[in-house]
Design a protein around this ligand. Structure first.
Ligand code: HAX
Length: 437
């Protein structure tokens, strides 16, 4: 058994016993009330699921196993000359709750390299897809094409015991994460660079190798990828992509089926596709005004025009956050250090000054501040990744880290099939009538 698997097993073994005791002693205590407006309002705020890998505070933002993004940037080990944290370290932390050593991170990087070979049928499947198909759809199909190699599905078919689910899920998770950068880069090079594919470089860490396979060689871009893959990895369990993976996994669908479903959720414009929408919106503004030198007054006018058309301002607002997203601020910090004079970065920063008061003035937007997607495109474009419809695929590669680490915990806990109760409006009316009688 490898060192990470061994540590994970030792952690969940203790935790499973703790949970048994919690449920036995406190199982009937009430943790939340549900209001009718929440039932109609996208279930906002209802505390009803377990998610160990990260937790979201509306003011502070995300914490991964209690560490904020600035803390991760300081504490996670760096290898290969990195100046940003490595997602290998974050995955270790999310899966075990322990900060890894430099040696652990090095080991995991090599382990993912070792597991990264992709069966030919997967490339054949992708190469048959037209480049008119959105890269997120291709990515989801590619993950499905890998499903025939699922160790979980194979062992389940052979009568695997419940007590081994975690083990099979761990193996699928490690293989899948190891392979995602290659698959994503393959789609990118096929559709945007004449199918001129670049072989993996086994000397590079997971993120740098992804950057390399995209065709990038700038060490600063390697660092951006390390940061990008770290900050997009997890955002507690209630967001649409995470919740989808958790729900589909609860049917004992394997990691491939579950992740592909989560990627489909991430592909929506109110979720991960917002990073593409932000850049398209900025480019529409540039086209409309005929210049990249856009004043704050011009941005304000354009924002009002967008709102008057009944369109949301992409990259702003959040279902949980009530302050500027620390993932946005981390990217702003990176841009300030590496490319403060970039024209698109300047536009993103000016939009940040202009949009919040306008959204606030509407009186209905609960969070007028930028989210993670408001900044990422400008940085990616600075380093030459100019294809906006590929951005959400990069988000998806990162998001796999958190949702799959949690899926390992789901199977270690043997969580049951998820099955909340739905209501009809007739039943709601009946409830109201009964409660006011
Ligand atoms: N621009 C204009 N209007 C907005 C808005 C924005 N950025 N954000 C919220 N609103 C509006 C809502 O559309 C809603 O209007 P109606 O009552 O007329 O329907 C009202 O303000 C109240 O919404 P809310 O309670 O503040 O926000 P929700 O929790 O319902 O929605 C969203 C959260 C992220 C979906 C929303 O803020 C939005 O559409 N933002 C723009 C798209 C975006 O950036 N999505 C990415 C979010 C982060 C993420 O998941 N990244 O992957």
């Amino acid at each position: 058994m490898d060192r990470l698997k061994q540590l994970f097993k030792s952690k969940f073994t203790v935790q499973v016993e703790e949970i048994k005791a919690i449920v036995k002693e406190h199982g009937t205590k009430k943790i939340d009330d549900v209001q009718i407006e929440q039932v109609y309002g996208g279930m906002r705020g209802i505390q009803s699921m377990i998610w160990e890998t990260s937790s979201l505070d509306s003011k502070e933002g995300i914490r991964f196993r209690s560490y904020s993004i600035p803390e991760l940037r300081e504490k996670l080990p760096q290898i290969n000359g990195a100046t940003e944290p490595l997602p290998e370290g974050l995955f270790w932390l999310m899966l075990t709750g322990e900060l890894p050593t430099t040696d652990d991170v090095q080991w995991l990087s090599e382990e993912w390299q070792r597991r990264s070979a992709i069966p030919d049928n997967v490339f054949k499947t992708i190469s048959h897809l037209s480049c008119d198909i959105h890269p997120m759809t291709q990515f989801s199909i590619a993950i499905m094409a890998m499903q025939q190699n699922s160790i979980f599905a194979h062992r389940y078919e052979q009568g695997m015991s419940k007590s081994e689910y975690w083990d099979a899920m761990y193996e699928d998770t490690m293989n899948l994460i190891a392979r995602l950068p290659r698959v994503a880069a393959y789609i990118y090079r096929k559709c945007f660079h004449g199918n001129d594919q670049i072989a993996s470089d086994s000397n590079l860490d997971w993120s740098a190798n992804f950057a390399h396979m995209l065709g990038k060689t700038d060490p600063a871009f390697y660092d951006l990828m390390r940061l990008y893959m770290t900050i997009h990895a997890d955002h507690e369990g209630g967001n649409a992509s995470a919740h989808t993976v958790h729900l589909v996994g609860s049917t004992l669908s394997d990691a491939y089926l579950s992740l592909s479903a989560g990627i489909n959720a991430l592909a929506g414009p109110l979720h991960g596709l917002a990073n593409q929408e932000v850049m398209d919106w900025i480019y529409d503004m540039i086209k409309d005004l005929g210049t990249r030198k856009i004043s704050k007054d011009q941005i304000a006018e354009y924002v009002k025009k967008t709102l008057a058309q009944g369109i949301v301002v992409p990259g702003y607002g959040h279902a949980v956050l009530r302050s500027p997203d620390p993932r946005f601020l981390a990217q702003k910090d990176f841009a300030a250090a590496h490319c403060p004079d970039d024209e698109l970065v300047q536009i993103v920063w000016n939009v940040f000054e202009v949009v919040p008061p306008i959204l606030e003035s509407l009186g209905k937007v609960k969070n007028p501040w930028p989210n993670v997607d408001a900044h990422s495109g400008a940085l990616l474009e600075h380093y030459g990744v100019k294809e906006h419809n590929f951005y959400t695929v990069m988000f998806g590669v990162s998001r796999a880290l958190g949702v799959l680490a949690q899926l390992c915990w789901d199977r270690a806990y043997n969580l049951p099939l998820e099955r909340p109760k739905s209501l009809t409006t007739e039943e709601i009316k009946q409830f109201i009538a009964n409660s006011t009688n």
